[in-house]
Design a protein around this ligand. Structure first.
Ligand code: SF4
Ligand code: SF4
Length: 189
């Protein structure tokens, strides 16, 4: 995982300015191999929603070939043991927390994962990354947040979509007032 980049977002600017601000934030994160923090708190539901938007069609499996400097795919002790027993330890190392797969990953064959059903959890949830404090929360208070790897094209696309959608919702809520908005959003029809 790259370093965390906590972006201070100015929400009260027009849509084009905001879009440019998000574009710069993404470019900066990509350049520095930072993770992109999303204005979303961590929960299983939000992780599922983010991951359901990832479409790897057409990608060259960047995440299985390269990684931020000195990084590897982390594994739990049981994942490391299972893969070593089944495939041998070539291309993998033991770590304090379990094990890790070196990049490029030995299991990548013809741009596909050859152990797909058995791949480590870190691969299943990629491009999700631990996010740290989110400077872009609704109330400007530090908030634990989800984040995505900036070197993943889908992570960048999702970041842009999430921030732009958040900006639109914030504008509407500010225009009609929080109470009216809450009432409307809580109605089923
Ligand atoms: S880098 Fe992102 S888009 Fe490409 S294969 Fe990995 S998860 Fe999919
Ligand atoms: S185990 Fe599979 S999904 Fe994970 S990095 Fe290797 S090839 Fe990619």
């Amino acid at each position: 995982m790259g370093n965390k980049l906590v972006a201070e977002i100015a929400w009260d600017i027009d849509q084009n300015q905001f879009k440019e601000q998000v574009r710069q934030m993404i470019a900066m994160a990509r350049k520095g191999n930072n993770v992109l923090t999303l204005p979303i708190g961590p929960s299983l539901e939000s992780i599922l929603l983010i991951l359901s938007q990832v479409n790897c069609d057409g990608c060259d499996a960047i995440c299985c070939r390269v990684s931020p400097p000195d990084e590897m795919v982390a594994m739990t002790p049981s994942e490391y043991k299972m893969l070593c027993e089944k495939y041998g330890d070539e291309g993998m190392v033991s770590t304090r927390l379990g094990g890790a797969i070196k990049m490029p990953c030995r299991f990548l064959k013809n741009k596909h994962c050859s152990i797909y059903p058995e791949r480590p959890l870190a691969c299943v949830v990629f491009p999700m990354q631990p996010g740290g404090a989110c400077g872009a929360s609704f109330d400007s208070q530090p908030l634990e947040a989800l984040a995505v790897a900036s070197y993943c094209p889908e992570g960048r696309k999702i970041t842009k979509a999430v921030y732009m959608t958040m900006w639109q919702i914030k504008q509407k809520i500010q225009a009609i007032g929080f109470e009216e908005a809450s009432e409307l959003l809580s109605k089923r029809n």
